[in-house]
Ligand binder design. Structure first.
Ligand code: M1P
Length: 245
């Protein structure tokens, strides 16, 4: 019962947005992993290949990997759970969502459009007005444009209006896109994979902890001690202060 569970968001918390983990971050994760009183996991909206690109060999310093908010789950590198979006959608309701989204994005007047506007994943859908195939420079430009013009927020308002009966949750976790998933399939979902009674404390670190951000629900969960960070460096500072022996 002395064990603590530490859960980390990826983008903006362990790594820069869609960037890679620093060697300092990796060293700290290694020290935490080697502490027998700690159990370590990451939980992000991205799928595993993207998380692997970002975390590289640091992945080995996590007992648990939770891609797609824990709708896919690994323990010690072995998958033990996977969900299916089609247990929620019917083919017709999914088609309606895709058709409306593609029409909406076709009518958007934004500076640049590339490919992959709608990505169907295992436990969530990712909608990306600029297109996931954009370059790093186009990603950063879109992010600035979106901060000013609220392209994603406005689209979410329209989706909510259009599909009031679908119990969907919309969440902005990164720079160019937003995730859509059934209510309850947010990052708190990963907590279902534990018997939380085994831990004296459960901590979560995330950067998008404000309402509408994809760390909000788990950050506010009463079972969890939430840490809101501004950057990976901020995460490192808290870990050094509170968890490194
Ligand atoms: O992990 C946070 C988000 O990372 C990506 O967002 P973006 O490409 O917009 O920066 C996506 O993988 C998204 O699904 C995820 O929530």
């Amino acid at each position: 019962m002395d064990k603590k569970l530490l859960l980390f968001d990826v983008d903006g918390t362990l790594t820069p947005s869609r960037g890679v983990a620093s060697s300092e971050m990796c060293d700290i994760l290694k020290s935490l992993y080697n502490d027998e009183n700690l159990v370590i996991g990451f939980v992000g909206g991205s799928n595993l290949p993207k998380q692997h690109e970002q975390l590289g060999d640091c992945m080995n310093y996590f007992n648990y990997w939770f891609p797609e908010n824990g709708l896919v789950a690994y323990k010690n590198g072995v998958e033990f759970f996977t969900s299916d979006l089609m247990s929620f959608f019917t083919e017709d309701s999914l088609k309606e969502l895709i058709n409306f989204s593609l029409h909406y994005m076709a009518d958007l007047d934004i500076p640049v459009k590339r490919g992959t506007f709608f990505e169907y994943r295992t436990g969530l859908i990712n909608i990306c007005p600029v297109g996931r195939d954009c370059s790093q420079k186009e990603r950063e430009d879109f992010f600035k444009f979106d901060c000013e013009h609220k392209v994603r927020e406005n689209m979410i308002v329209e989706l909510r209006k259009k599909f009031p009966d679908l119990d969907l949750h919309y969440s902005i976790g990164g720079q160019i896109s937003f995730d859509v998933f059934p209510k309850g399939w947010d990052k708190t979902f990963c907590l279902n994979h534990f018997d939380l009674g085994e831990f004296s404390e459960v901590h979560f670190f995330g950067d998008k902890t404000e309402l509408g951000g994809n760390d909000y629900e788990i950050f506010c969960d009463s079972r969890v001690v939430g840490h809101s960070v501004k950057s990976p460096q901020d995460t490192i500072d808290i870990l050094k202060l509170e968890f490194l022996k």
